[in-house]
Design a protein around this ligand. Sequence first.
Ligand SMILES: N[C@@H](CCC(=O)N[C@@H](CS)C(=O)NCC(=O)O)C(=O)O
Length: 216
Amino acid sequence: MTIAVTAFKAVPDFAKGHVKDLRVRWALEEAGLSYDARLIDGADQASDRYRRWQPFGQVPAYRDGEVELFESGAIVLHIAQRSDALMPREAAARARVTAWVIAALNSIEPYVSNVIDLDLFHDGEPWVEGRRPSAMAMLRTRLDALAAWLGEKDYLEDRFTAGDLIMTTVLRDLRERDVMSAFPSLDAYRRRCEARPAFGRALDAQLQDFEDDEAA
Ligand SMILES: N[C@@H](CCC(=O)N[C@@H](CS)C(=O)NCC(=O)O)C(=O)O
């Protein structure tokens, strides 16, 4: 059975290249697995049929011959468990990949999202001025710790894994915001991971689907 991944037909420009199906597309590209992108719109999101696949109506959802899944982290871990390209074979090393996937989603992403939320969705609202300094301070604390862990290493562990894949997608959501200039090693890490050919193919595929929809 061909692997299916859901993605949006259309999004605002600021979201292009940042929609979370990118994580799954990237993992599949690293693993050398082909897939069909199932493009959905608002009506699909709200439908009972789609909610049975993705309870929150979000993208991505994923299906292969074995499982039906939602949550990008769970999907990427599922793919990683089947691919040496994303996870080593040794049990202790595999457990650490899981830890880094969860760290990216649970210990870094909420603080990135707080700042993105203020800048993209509440820009100019009067309360933002009071909230932004503490959101930035918390984000910087987490990025400091991440940079300290990374040190001189190329990757979070001793090779590229699904943990780096998810962490990169979290960090790139900061886009070129000033905060990243204070963390040159993290910025270089993000760029190193984004330079992987599999990332390029995944990004191109997401952007191409939006272009095709606009041309239709
Ligand atoms: N925790 C979910 C989050 C998925 C998510 O936020 N998807 C966004 C697109 S990047 C979405 O579908 N937004 C529309 C909505 O929430 O209704 C995951 O990682 O899969």
